[in-house]
Ligand binder design. Structure first.
Ligand code: HEC
Ligand code: HEC
Length: 206
């Protein structure tokens, strides 16, 4: 009897370790959280009829879509001549503040603006920054940046981006139709509207 019990104790321990380990694998991986709204998102991307779009849009914003960016004419004029329109919720307030204060050396190019234009654009970016966005996507980005002392000025170099794109080799980002990891629009057709659902991704072949 006693001997039997003693052999059971390590066995139970082993079993519980195994179960905990499996639970960690299943639930501990942060990477999967953004997929919670999968079915809802899929639905939202297909139904574009005006009667349902309102409800669906708010649902998708609170899930993973960043929602309508509300680009101003000024933003379109000044910030989309060299690249796609980056949604304000892609970066936190500190990032936009830093970026707008250093336009003289903006990723190696001079993107200087008049002071008034610059402050108006900053106001627009800050009003829609990640902190103001209720989507899970923006909240996850902010969470991933916790502890960073220097705010990132680019989304494509954040660890969150790297985590989401670890399956894509650097060679793919260099393809002619893509050019750069910063060219979100090449692979995410609704990037400018804040749609980054993985099910809509189309990677250009050449
Ligand atoms: C004169 C051209 C030019 C203008 C104007 C310009 N940019 Fe850029 N921007 C660039 C270049 C070049 C890059 C680097 C792109 C790359 O890495 O492929 C960049 C990168 C960025 C990135 C980082 C994207 C990422 O995730 O890597 C953001 C955000 C950005 N720009 C926002 C803005 C905003 C906001 C404005 C308007 C105030 C603006 N840009 C105006 C040339 C420009
Ligand atoms: C070469 C094509 C490519 C480019 C360029 C690209 N992405 Fe992606 N992105 C993907 C693919 C493929 C996935 C899906 C990865 C997976 O689930 O394994 C993805 C996933 C994501 C996700 C997570 C989606 C989800 O449903 O979980 C986000 C957010 C995202 N990308 C944002 C961006 C942003 C922002 C940029 C530009 C700064 C960008 N991506 C540039 C291909 C690209």
């Amino acid at each position: 009897m006693i001997r039997l019990k003693q052999t059971h104790v390590p066995l139970i321990l082993l079993l519980s370790i195994l179960t905990f380990g499996a639970a960690n694998l299943l639930y501990g991986d942060d990477d999967d959280d953004d997929n919670d709204g999968k079915s809802g998102e899929h639905h939202s991307s297909q139904s574009s009829s005006p009667s349902t779009s309102k409800k669906v849009a708010s649902k998708s914003q609170s899930a993973t879509d960043l929602g309508a960016p509300g680009y101003t004419t000024l933003y379109k004029e000044e910030c989309t001549s060299c690249h796609m329109a980056y949604h304000p919720a892609l970066l936190p307030t500190a990032s936009w503040t830093k970026m707008m204060a250093s336009l003289k050396d903006h990723f190696g190019v001079d993107a200087t603006l008049e002071a008034k234009t610059q402050s108006e654009l900053l106001k627009f970016l800050v009003s829609g920054s990640a902190e103001k966005n209720r989507s899970r996507r923006a909240q996850k980005l902010l969470k991933s940046l916790k502890g960073n002392t220097v705010p990132p000025v680019s989304y494509s170099t954040t660890s969150y981006f790297k985590q989401k794109h670890h399956e894509i080799s650097t060679g793919v980002f260099k393809r002619k139709g893509i050019n750069s990891a910063a060219n979100c629009l090449a692979c995410h057709p609704r990037a400018e509207e804040g749609g980054y659902n993985e099910h809509e991704v189309k990677i250009p072949k050449g």
